[in-house]
Write a protein that binds this ligand. Structure first.
Ligand code: F6P
Length: 543
């Protein structure tokens, strides 16, 4: 074991939490609420327009105190300060981690490698503003002189999930006479379905890739070029119908996109933290530059809150620590994120990359193997749909699944009783999970004895409720940054590098080898394991 590993589990707060867990893990939320009638008012934080109710967690004041102590002993504040200062805290890639700079208002400076990154950020934002205004107004014309009506983002992972999620989340604010599509998968179906009804003369492709080498994106980008040239004919059309977002100007030029039509970002923006960089150009075209800046402002408010609020009132710190409490002491494997807002239907998918690519690590910063659990599995679906599907397991299954319920006070589409019904459901779910229904209550309803165990809800199933006023670009920014910093908090405490992603490399390399074998029909000298060899042979034989 390295010293870093020893450090976390040897920390006094960690040990105290272990002992404390043994004392309170049987304690029921029914009792906690009965003993403290003000618990539901007390265990809340109301900051920057987010109301977090964390009272329905299996915690006492002592738990919260110990978690705060853990954050202090693990040096969380120093890590936060190092990130905001632009230190190279992504150690395995020797990079700063500065997505916070993307939303820092004009007039401040952050220096990385002797350069003020803020002036670069502002100049790209200005370029994005100019471009998106021209596209939205119809001033930017396609090759045949028609205005752009369709925008197709081609990217994958962080170069796709953020733009898709933001487009869906902010549809209410989008330019409705334009069509937005997103192509990510190497499966040709994705390309075919996204383009089948589009007129190339009115279509703009945004090739979004930090590296501009990603197999899926480059393959789809080439398909898009062929698709466009089939009808537009002349290579000069490319300049009117293709723009790029990347850190790799050389590869962009090599692909044939004029670097004047390239929106830059930098190696200190991780892919999964890039939706508010130039990767958000499709978002800006969809919602307009003012709304995009309002979104950045929301991110920034959360950044400032995270940087300055005391830990016990700090939303991402609290949520991060509660995640650690269940992950490391209750052995919970997953966290369900359940937005009661249809527009947030892609939010759980977005969070999966953010949380799992960040904290799915088993090695500490110092390179030793961790001797504790790290990132949990995040998953979810919008409510109320999930209630008629997987909630059964959350209520009565054998697994402990802490839930994040997300709801908005004001609906964007008021319709009859809908919003009251929606809100009643989210509140009811959290209540049912926490307090359940005892066998006695079930019997008193006249339930026969044999059916009673089936109808009993043990309760004591924890959840947070995140209540915000209305889904706007600004509140979306706050919500995303909340989870970004929650991930940061957890990674800092686990002592891992939340900003690299080496785990994606092996599969990519093996795929390259198999691609060659499939394309050259090499089935005689296959050197894989017998399972992979047989599968390759079968595919080659039957395709
Ligand atoms: O393979 C994983 C990954 O590198 C992600 O981290 C990233 O968001 C995605 O691929 C796309 O990468 P790029 O933007 O360089 O095409």
């Amino acid at each position: 074991m390295t010293s870093i590993e020893t450090q976390l589990t040897e920390l006094p707060a960690w040990k105290a939490l272990g002992a404390h867990y043994k004392k309170i893990n049987d304690l029921h939320l029914r009792k906690l609420f009965a003993d403290d009638p003000k618990r539901g008012e007390r265990m809340t934080v109301d900051a920057i327009g987010i109301y977090l109710d964390y009272s329905k967690h299996r915690i006492t004041d002592e738990t919260v105190g110990l978690l705060m102590q853990l954050a202090k002993e693990a040096g969380l504040q120093a890590r936060i300060d190092a990130m905001f200062r632009g230190e190279k805290i992504n150690v395995t890639e020797n990079r700063a981690v500065l997505h916070v700079a993307l939303r820092t208002p004009k007039g401040q400076s952050i220096i990385v490698d002797g350069q003020d990154v803020m002036s670069q950020v502002q100049s790209v934002l200005d370029k994005m503003t100019d471009f998106s205004t021209r596209v939205r107004s119809g001033e930017w014309k396609g090759y045949t002189g028609k205005p752009i009506r369709n925008v197709v983002n081609i990217g994958i992972g962080g170069s796709d999930l953020g733009p898709v999620m933001a487009y869906e989340a902010l549809r209410h604010y989008c330019k409705r006479d334009m069509t937005f599509r997103f192509i990510s998968n190497i499966d040709g179906t994705d390309f075919a379905e996204a383009t089948y009804d589009l007129d190339s003369a009115e279509t703009l492709f945004i090739i979004s890739s930090k590296t501009f080498t990603t197999l899926e994106t480059m393959t789809n980008a080439h398909a898009a070029r062929e698709w466009a040239l089939k009808s537009l004919k002349h290579p000069d059309a490319i300049a009117r119908h293709f723009v790029a977002v990347s850190t790799n100007a050389e590869a962009v030029a090599k692909f044939g996109i004029d670097t004047a039509n390239m929106f830059e970002f930098w190696d200190w923006v991780g892919g999964r933290y890039s939706m508010d960089s130039a990767i958000g150009i499709s978002t800006m075209i969809a919602i307009g530059p003012d709304n995009f800046r309002a979104m950045l402002n929301g991110f920034h408010q959360m950044d400032e809150h995270f940087r300055t609020a005391p830990f016990e009132r700090n939303l991402p710190v609290l949520m991060g620590l509660l995640g650690i409490w269940y992950n490391n002491f209750f052995d919970a494997q997953t966290i369900a994120v359940l937005p009661y807002e249809q527009y947030l239907k892609r939010f759980p998918a977005y969070l999966q990359q953010l949380t799992m690519e960040s904290n799915g690590k088993h090695v500490t910063l110092a390179g030793g193997k961790v001797n504790y659990q790290t990132g949990p599995i995040y998953w979810g679906e919008p409510g109320t749909n999930g209630q008629h599907s997987f909630y059964q397991l959350i209520h009565q299954g054998t697994k402990l699944i802490p839930c994040d319920f997300i709801a908005f006070i004001k609906p964007l589409n008021p319709l009859g009783r809908h919003h009251d019904l929606l809100l009643a459901n989210v509140l009811a779910q959290a209540e049912a999970l926490a307090f359940g229904k005892t066998s006695e209550e079930v019997r008193n309803e006249g339930t026969p004895e044999w059916l009673t165990p089936h109808r009993t809800f043990v309760g004591n199933r924890p959840s947070s409720t995140i209540l915000m006023d209305e889904l706007t670009p600004e509140t979306l920014g706050k919500l995303i940054a909340l989870y970004e910093h929650c991930v940061f908090t957890q990674g800092a405490i686990w002592g891992i590098d939340s900003f690299d992603q080496w785990g994606v490399e092996l599969g990519k390399a093996l795929a390259m080898r198999i691609i060659a074998e499939l394309e050259q029909e090499i089935d005689h000298h296959l050197k894989h394991d017998s399972s992979t060899n047989t599968l390759i042979k079968r595919y080659l034989r039957e395709r």
